[in-house]
Design a protein around this ligand. Structure first.
Ligand SMILES: [Zn+2]
Length: 269
């Protein structure tokens, strides 16, 4: 069991015990009840906001313990210009990565999605629109949104993706239900460059990612801005990041290898 789920169970059991105590004996003072409720709400919400806690789903957010590699991932594309720039840098260094694409953008630029695969990389989905509240939508709507993105990518590449990075990484029990119905494994990250922010600079992004480099790290960068046409600084930061990883003796794995290592072992056990 993940630590996050353990915390949720303990918090739920404690809440229930307090409730029973209030009913059976004497009601708790109001302020204690409010503090307890606030804490519980914070824990429940924290589990949605921090996928690494794995409170509501099994999430691959780092590689296996024995890794000697790191995995690169790019969100929010495809973009006809910026994605190609990232692909060119990756080609220069002979590194393969995973691109979590948005269905709506993939529909506008299917040729870029095809190019990502043709150049040896893998494609997962990041939703259809970049709906930041997707994890709170109805289960039906989440499933429909993800299925739509899957259909677009399958149409463009001839292959149905098996990995999902939910928008902004939020994972609720509903996200888990939709993902498992569609046969999608949820992938998060262990280090993010924050390169999609308007004020991001290549040097700050590089420094941030390099600080998080360790065996099994899953690195989150962007090959496109979330909504507008702004160029994320990932392509500029990439050469230094790739050199730093190589300097630490780290190779590059595809994130699907980490997924396979995690769930392959789980299924065998
Ligand atoms: Zn995103």
């Amino acid at each position: 069991m993940s630590l996050g789920r353990g915390v949720l169970y303990v918090a739920s059991a404690t809440g229930l015990a307090l409730l029973v105590r209030s009913i059976a004996f004497k009601p708790l003072p109001l302020w204690i009840a409010l503090v307890a409720f606030g804490l519980y709400a914070a824990i429940v919400l924290g589990g949605v906001l921090a996928p690494q806690l794995e409170m509501y789903a099994s999430v691959v957010w780092r590689g296996p313990h024995r890794s000697t590699s790191v995995a690169l991932t790019f969100d929010d594309g495809p973009h006809p210009e910026h994605t190609r720039r990232v692909l060119d840098v990756l080609d220069d260094y002979g590194v393969k990565a995973c691109f979590f694409v948005l269905g709506s953008k993939a529909e506008r630029h299917p040729e870029i999605v095809g190019e990502i695969v043709a150049r040896g990389h893998e494609v997962g989905i990041h939703g259809y629109e970049h709906d930041r509240l997707l994890s709170l939508r109805s289960p039906k709507r989440i499933e429909a949104e993800l299925a739509r993105a899957l259909a677009v990518v399958e149409q463009a590449t001839g292959k149905r993706p098996t990995m999902l990075r939910p928008p902004v990484g939020h994972v609720s029990p509903r996200t888990e239900t939709a993902a498992s119905r569609l046969g999608l494994d949820i992938v998060a990250w262990s280090v993010r460059g924050r390169d999609g922010l308007a004020k991001a600079t290549a040097s700050a992004v590089t420094a941030r990612v390099v600080r998080g480099l360790r065996p099994g790290a899953i690195i989150l960068l962007h090959d496109a801005a979330e909504h507008d046409d702004r160029r994320p600084v990932a392509a500029e930061a990439l050469p230094a990041i790739l050199r730093a990883a190589a300097g630490q003796g780290l190779s590059f794995a595809l994130v699907s290898e980490y997924v396979e290592a995690r769930f392959g072992e789980a299924e065998e056990a």
